[in-house]
Design a protein around this ligand. Sequence first.
Ligand SMILES: NC(=O)c1ccc[n+]([C@@H]2O[C@H](COP(=O)([O-])OP(=O)(O)OC[C@H]3O[C@@H](n4cnc5c(N)ncnc54)[C@H](OP(=O)(O)O)[C@@H]3O)[C@@H](O)[C@H]2O)c1
Length: 380
Amino acid sequence: MRKVISPAQQQFPKIRASACVVTALVCLLVQSAFAQPADTIRQFQFEPADGSYQLALKEVPRPVAGPGQVLVRIKAVSLNRRDFNMLHWKYDPENSMAGTIPLSDGAGEVIAIGENVTRFNVGDRVAGIFFEKWIDGPPSPESLVSDRGGNQGGMLSEIIVTDQDGLVSIPEHLSFEEAATLPCAAVTAWVGLFKRGQIKPGQFVLLEGTGGVSVFGLQFAKAAGAYPIITSSRDEKLQKATKLGAFGTVNYRKNADWQVEVRRLTGDHGVDQVLDVGGRDTLARALEALAYGGHIALIGGLSGYGSDLPTDSIMWINATASGVYVGSRADFEAMNMFISEHQLRPLIDRVFDFEQADKAFEYMGNESFMGKIVIRVADA
Ligand SMILES: NC(=O)c1ccc[n+]([C@@H]2O[C@H](COP(=O)([O-])OP(=O)(O)OC[C@H]3O[C@@H](n4cnc5c(N)ncnc54)[C@H](OP(=O)(O)O)[C@@H]3O)[C@@H](O)[C@H]2O)c1
C-alpha cells in the first residue's frame, strides 16, 4: 500500500527547524529578561608614572543612579589641550590626580534614571556639561570646582553617573562622536564670540591655530555671517580652513609678524573679534590686529600664560577684553540651538578605539591634527 505523507509530514524538516528557531528565540528572550547588567565596568584613570601620569585601564563596580541622578552609557569622548596637559603634569603626592577619570567631554545614551529624575528618560541622547554644577548665570566658587576630568570624575569610562542637571540633549543631526566634541572647545568659542563678543554679520574674526577652539570659532563665525581669518603653522591646514569657510589665512610660522598680514586682509580695518588661545606669544600681536571697539576673548595659553597685557592699547581703541572659562549649561543649550539651526558638523580629525586611548593622547602631542580628536567608547 502506498504510504500517504501528509502535508504536515512533508513540511516536517522545516517545521522542526522553525520550532528550533522559536525555542532559541524564546530562550534568548527569557535570558535577556532576567539578564543582570555586568557588575563591573571599564574606565581609564590617571596613574602616577615616572614623575607624571599615565592612563591605566581599570575594572570598577558599575555605578548606580541615586536620587536625581542619571546613568549614561558613554559612546564617545573627545580630547582637549587641558586633558593632554594634565597627563603630563608633574606628579605631586600632596595634590595627586591618581584615580581621576580623565576627559571633560563625552556623549552617550541614558540607560537608567534614579528617583525624582524629570529632565531625562532612558534612551535619551545626551552630553555632559564641562562644569557639572554651572547651570546658568555667572559661575560660583562651587560650580568652578565641578569641572569634569579634573576636580570631578571625567568621561573616559564605559558608564558614568551624574546629576541630571549636568547634562544637555544633543542636536539630532549629530552623531555621538560629533556631539562628544562640544562641551569644552565649542562652548568656549561660542561664549567668546556670541555672549561676550556679541558678534555681528560682516565683522572680521581672528582665530589662532587650527585646534579645537579655533576651528569651532571659524565655523561659528562663518555661520554668523562674519569673516573668519585663521592662522596656522602649516599650509595644508590653512587650505582645509579655506574649504571650511575661512575668509583669510596666514601661516604664523613663515610670517613672524602675522598680525600685520591679518590687518592687511581686513583692508586695515582690523579684526572685530579675537579668540586668543595662544596667550603669551599671541596676545600683544592680536591686539595690534584689533579694530576700534573690538573684542578679545582671553582663552588659552598654548604658548604659555601670563602675558603682559598692553592695557593702554586696549584703552586707546576702546576695545574690550574678557576672560572666558568655558561656560554654563545655558550657554551649551544656546549653542546647540545655533548648531542645529545651521546644521553645523564638528571637524573630527581622527577617531581612536577605547583600548587605544593612550594613542589618542600621543596623537594630540604631535600637533599634526586639526579640529578634534575623538575616542569611540562603544558602538553607536
Ligand atoms: N579658557 C577656557 O575655557 C578654555 C577652553 C578650551 C581651551 N582652552 C585653552 O585654549 C588653548 C587651545 O585649546 P584647544 O583645546 O583648542 O587646543 P588644541 O586643540 O590642542 O590646539 C592645538 C593647535 O593650536 C595651534 N597652536 C599651538 N601653539 C600655538 C601658538 N603659539 N600660536 C598659535 N597657534 C598655536 C596649533 O595649530 P596649527 O598646527 O594650525 O598651528 C596646534 O595644532 C589651550 O591653551 C587650552 O588650554 C581654554
